[in-house]
Design a protein around this ligand. Structure first.
Ligand SMILES: [Zn+2]
Length: 199
């Protein structure tokens, strides 16, 4: 599917998206690794959502990992890329959890792809209220390659495209904050019919 153009020039955007438990991170790591096997210079970033978790790896639920630089925003990512480019040209840029970055990241991703870098981004398409997540909404339009992965509904076993947020065993209300990294909440993948719209 991913073939070079007639000018033999590399550089494009690949977006991996969908709900939680769809295997997005697994797919993301797999793609980065394929380029590493081919001796391409792969550099990956992820946002620091919570300072307690500023570990330098992207990890999937099933345990596969890929080294990454945790950064607080797109400006810090640019600085790091400048620094790394002085040592070696970057061939492939991976960005995890792109929905948690500031909106400046969308134009940056475009610029890097224009410069010949293969940019592979991973992110949730919508939050638990089923509202589009920032950055992913725009990248759905701008990326050359979009793969929307589905999960299995935790309730009925059908294909799931939505993320249900569960707090204290019940679907969370709409006014609860979107990002809450406390560990006291849970998420479930749900199909259209089992998903309960938060009120
Ligand atoms: Zn279902």
């Amino acid at each position: 599917m991913l073939t070079k153009n007639l000018q033999n020039k590399l550089g494009w955007i690949e977006l991996i998206t969908g709900c939680m438990f769809a295997g997005k991170t697994e797919e993301f790591i797999k793609r980065l690794r394929r380029h590493s096997y081919a001796k391409r210079n792969v550099v990956a970033f992820k946002p620091i959502i919570d300072d307690r978790y500023s570990i330098d790896k992207i990890s999937s639920h099933s345990g596969s990992q890929f080294e990454s630089y945790p950064v607080k925003d797109s400006l810090q990512m640019v600085e790091k890329i400048k620094e790394l480019t002085k040592i070696k040209k970057i061939d492939v840029l991976g960005i995890d959890e792109i929905q948690f970055f500031d909106e400046g990241i969308v134009n940056l991703v475009q610029e890097y792809a224009d410069k010949g870098i293969i940019v592979i981004v991973n992110g949730l398409d919508k939050d638990f209220k089923c509202e589009p997540f920032k950055n992913v909404d725009k990248l759905l339009v701008q990326a050359e390659y979009v793969d929307k992965l589905s999960a299995i509904c935790h309730n009925c076993g059908s294909n799931a495209s939505r993320t249900q947020r569960i707090v204290n065993g019940k679907p969370a209300a709409a006014n609860e904050p979107v990002i809450l990294v406390s560990g006291e909440e849970q998420y479930e993948a749900r199909c259209r019919h089992c998903y309960i719209k938060p009120k």
